[in-house]
Ligand binder design. Sequence first.
Ligand code: SF4
Ligand code: FE
Length: 484
Amino acid sequence: MALMTGEQYVESLRKLKLNIYMLGEKIDNPIDNPILRPSLNSVKMTYDLAQVPEYEDLMTATSKLTGNKINRFLNLHQSTDDLVKKVKMQRLLGQKTAACFQRCVGMDAINAVYSTTYETDQKCGTNYHENFKKFVEYAEENDLTIDGAMTDPKGDRGLSPSKQADPDLYLRVVERREDGVVVRGAKAHQTGICNSHEVLVLPTVSMKPEDKDYAIAFSVPTDTEGITMIIGRQSCDTRKLEKDADLDVGNKVFGGVEALVVFDNVFVPNDRIFLNGETEFAGMVVERFAGYHRQSYGGCKVGVGDVLIGAAALAAEYNGAAKASHIKDKLIEMMHLNETLYSCGIACSAEGQKTEAGNYQIDLLLANVCKQNITRFPYEITRLAEDIAGGLMVTMPSEQDFKNPATKDMLEKYLKGVDSVPTMDRMKILRLIENLCLGTAAVGYRTESMHGAGSPQAQRIMISRQGNLAHKKELAKDIARIDK
Ligand code: SF4
Ligand code: FE
């Protein structure tokens, strides 16, 4: 079964015995939980679209390992064309879900680990690359969703992993056995973990020899004994629990999800270990994963941005302001910013290069520039959307008031914009804008734009490393005719 249908994916998740907590309770049936279900629907879309002939070229690929047709989310990129298609696929999914569809972290992690294990084996004589190829083949054959787990809680940011007061603040090996290792620690902000079959764990920082126990990469099924997921709170999340929730949730069908994932003495068998103590390769896998995920944002955030720009344009149309020149100009500005982000995503893909292992990696400098822009432009796009939407976006009464006979007619009458548009359509668009700017989707569109795939300073460090200032100085000296 190289490609699962969306329904098969949902059923495959139903079989997992995940250990999930949310809002103070254990969640025994995450699949049908009203808060979690929209996030599952977003991942399901990555399966559904792969079945649609129109999207086949973007959504599927030919496996580098087996030659079989696979979902592109499991692809080891084989060309710059693959890298470009990845970004286009992510834009498409952002447009279809207006949310984080979660499956990219696994795609980015498998590509980073694939090339890093190869180079680790070359240098250290280890066997991680073969282990990893078998794992990817298994994931491809079963069309799995993989959570790429990188971010440790980190405790005191001024101290390295092994110097923390609590040694578990970075995930580490606590026991070495003949048949594998036992790990303990946690990974924070785990996108899509409760909708994933596997969790692929990577180190989160470069390491020194004394951090040996922390230089560990592996994958285990998400329902492995000892794993606990504690779901992150999203602004307005409990609106989804309200009776017949519809209008007020803004985006009824789709959403994203993050969780703190605790690994309490989890056993990892030898054949699932992809790095184990080779500290000098921790930085390589971190840099590569971050680079791929910074590229990813040039696709997904742009797709969600498309929906937000469309919603702002409709809001203006529905209240009769669409022809005002300042509104037109603001929409142009939003499109300009959004397409600039896309250009960065495409540019770092087109300039990609082959790794020693044979898969393709993005241009690191341009991917970091892409993400640095992402830490800013969605905020400006959001600001302009709120400007166009008007204050009603945050003062409109609840769905229940639109249903209550005592208030229904008053709301229909006084919240109407242009006569030809039903009041309820105007409200739907405002709630969608609220959802993207301030509600559950703001996690994925706004704050994640700042911190996901690394906070702004992380990109600035990479830009300073990759920017080649020395070369620029040489250029200036040449033109100015200064002796070298
Ligand atoms: Fe994919 Fe974007 Fe979500 Fe990251 S934030 S998992 S790139 S949709
Ligand atoms: Fe992310």
